[in-house]
Design a protein around this ligand. Sequence first.
Ligand SMILES: [Zn+2]
Ligand SMILES: [Zn+2]
Length: 262
Amino acid sequence: MPMKNNYHTHTPRCKHASGTEFEYCEKAVENHYSILGFTDHCAWPYREGFVSTFHMDISQIDDYVSSVMAARQQYEGRLEVHLGWECEYYPEYMNWLRETKEKYGFEYFILGNHFDTTDDGGMYFGSCTTPEQFKKYVKMCTAGLETGLYKYFAHPDLFLRSCTTYDKPLRDASRELCRACKALGIPMEYNLLGYIIYKKESGEHLGYPCRAFWETAAEEGVDCIIGTDAHSPDRFDDQKSWDEAVVFLNSLGMNRLTRLDL
Ligand SMILES: [Zn+2]
Ligand SMILES: [Zn+2]
């Protein structure tokens, strides 16, 4: 069985995942993964009194870093473990993020741009439905990627989630986003969590990953990478979704990365 690498893994600190670092590593080894990157939802220095529903707290950074580093040591020679975070682009906090990366020795960040400007009142980008909102998503993601802080772009097609047709405004926005990634040399992630969620929901919404979006990405020559986005260790048992993703991306003729330079 060919080895797999996954750079998108959560831990319970984000308040909506389960399993210890050890359990994720065990399942990864059992399922022929050779690289496992932890990228839990980052902490942010929110205003006093605000507690995010899906990010770790600043007080948990030490424990997160030491737990991942302990797993890295424990699995040396069997599984390559990396320390990362999944972060939005929140302009106000970028200096803090840069400093925190240095301070704790994070190896990489991935851009998962769930909210506009902050999740303390900002719009959820997964609820976009108007051309203005699509443009805002493209603008914020592009500005984020231009900081050079992000190694890849997680679920880039999140903004299609609540749309019903891949019409011209959506196509134009998608193309602009893909062109920005291509110009910056940033790979886009084919997100396997979205794949299993939206395959089951037979509603009228596009969900993600969206076939039409990926056809645009292929036309623009963007590099891609598969991300498991595991929120529980048993996600690594799902060989079927992984294989289907590989077949689909190959059918588009896309260049699929299996390893990141960290
Ligand atoms: Zn995400
Ligand atoms: Zn994630």
